[in-house]
Design a protein around this ligand. Structure first.
Ligand code: SF4
Length: 433
């Protein structure tokens, strides 16, 4: 414990300012008025007491156990080097002689405080004047290419879009769920390169080869999983789902033979001067009619019915399949069906959420929860117009604010959740503690 022998003030070089001196004086006055031990201990521990910090802390602890601070100091309960002992005894002596009429600053030899200098002149720090806040400025999207997933992010939560595409605030490290999706996509891409025309006659080979492709894909992405156990669990889940995928392929091929004409193919589209890019998971051509179906593999949660997915498109909450539709239509394909293939749950049969593209809305012949439904060209045109509108907004330079979503479910897997102070409160967590 070190202290300056003759120092009566701030021997440990702690910065002392007006508020510390005021607080010290208030504590001493409280002690004078009510013999408040807590106030006296606070005064002892103040840099204004002249007692080194560690000595003051030690006496505070002893006094809290054995009784009045001044008595504890008087009994010299701590064996201290002479300078520290002198400092603490000096403090006790001053406390013992202070009363209501005492001028505390001079009695405890506090340095003079001036109105303009809150910080002790010996302080190594100078407080700078507060800087004026920056002018609020607008933000302009810097992308040279847009994607449907960027617009989906914007539609889901514009704050999320801002974090991801303007700030690049946090790199999303991904998760085992996203790596599962990446690996499964890769396995199916390889599989359909070998089996572009699935048929019952190749069933055994298809099953064996898909199992191999899944194993190989999960090996390739092994490093992206957190643990070896995670790799195994996710691979087995993919294997079980792959069995159901082949079941569905065979049933589909029996009903209407088809050829896979594209896997992970680039979809480029110019929408009113805004360049869009994306990748289509799978493109099929019906062998009898030549009609094209666009498939998107989904390894996360998706709409549970065709009507639900169509509502998302109509409400401009999902642009993925509309974008693919217009990209392939621009190349001359006759696209008649848009479908999401759910590959998340190994316990469920693969049952795509499928929308037939129709020229005009017809009365629905299916239940609202059916996997099959229709979507009109007008719906897809509105989605396209909205995509252009959003791009205009994002590139206009007029946007100054990016409100956070009001839907707490959007935040569940958001990579920015920790940094986002405006995220909505999730009612489900109300009783979570
Ligand atoms: S935590 Fe929620 S509100 Fe915040 S950016 Fe993410 S999705 Fe938006």
């Amino acid at each position: 414990m070190a202290g300056a022998p003759g120092a009566t003030f701030n021997p440990s070089n702690t910065i002392v300012n007006r508020s510390l001196a005021d607080a010290f004086a208030a504590d001493i006055r409280a002690w004078i008025a009510t013999r408040d031990e807590a106030a006296l201990i606070r005064a002892l521990r103040s840099p204004c007491s002249g007692v080194p910090h560690d000595v003051a802390a030690a006496y505070a602890v002893i006094a809290s156990r054995v009784g009045p601070l001044i008595d504890t100091i008087g009994r010299e309960r701590l064996a201290l080097p002479a300078p520290d002992r002198d400092a603490v005894l000096r403090f006790a002596a001053r406390v013992a002689t202070v009363n209501e009429t005492t001028e505390i600053a001079s009695h405890f030899e506090l340095p003079p405080q001036t109105a303009t200098n809150d910080v002790d002149s010996g302080s190594p720090f100078e407080l700078a004047a507060a800087a004026a806040p920056d002018e609020r400025a607008s933000v302009r999207a810097r992308q040279t290419h847009f994607s449907a997933s960027a617009l989906n992010a914007y539609a889901e939560c514009s704050r999320k879009w801002y974090y991801r595409y303007v700030c690049s605030a946090v790199e999303d490290p991904g998760s085992s769920a996203s790596t599962y999706g990446t690996a499964f996509h890769a396995a199916l891409e390889d599989f359909h390169a070998e089996f572009p025309e699935p048929s019952a006659e190749h069933e055994a080979a298809m099953r064996t080869r898909l199992e191999g492709y899944v194993n190989w894909a999960f090996e390739r992405f092994r490093a992206d999983f957190d643990t070896a156990v995670e790799v195994e669990l996710q691979k087995r889940r993919a294997q079980r789902t792959a069995v159901r995928y082949v079941d569905w392929l065979l049933a589909q091929a029996t009903r209407a033979p088809f050829t896979v004409i594209g896997r992970e193919i680039a979809a480029n589209l110019d929408l009113d001067g805004f360049a869009f890019i994306g990748y289509i998971d799978r493109l099929d051509r019906d062998n009898a009619t030549g009609a094209v179906t666009i498939y998107d593999y989904k390894t996360g949660s998706i709409a549970t019915s065709a009507a639900e997915y169509r509502d998302k498109v109509r409400e401009f909450r999902d642009f993925q399949l509309p974008f693919y539709y217009w990209a392939r239509t621009a190349t001359g394909d006759r696209v008649t069906r848009l479908a999401l293939i759910p590959l998340k749950d190994a316990l469920l049969d693969v049952q795509p959420i499928s929308l037939e593209v129709v020229p005009v809305a017809a009365p629905e012949r299916t239940r609202g929860d059916a996997a099959l439904g229709t979507i009109t060209v007008a719906d897809l045109e509105r989605a396209r117009a909205r995509m252009i509108e959003i791009c205009r907004d994002l590139t206009s330079g007029a946007l100054q604010q990016f409100p956070s979503t009001t839907d707490p479910s959007a935040c569940t897997y958001c990579a920015y959740a920790l940094a986002c102070i405006d995220k909505p409160h999730d009612e489900r967590e109300r009783f979570g503690r």
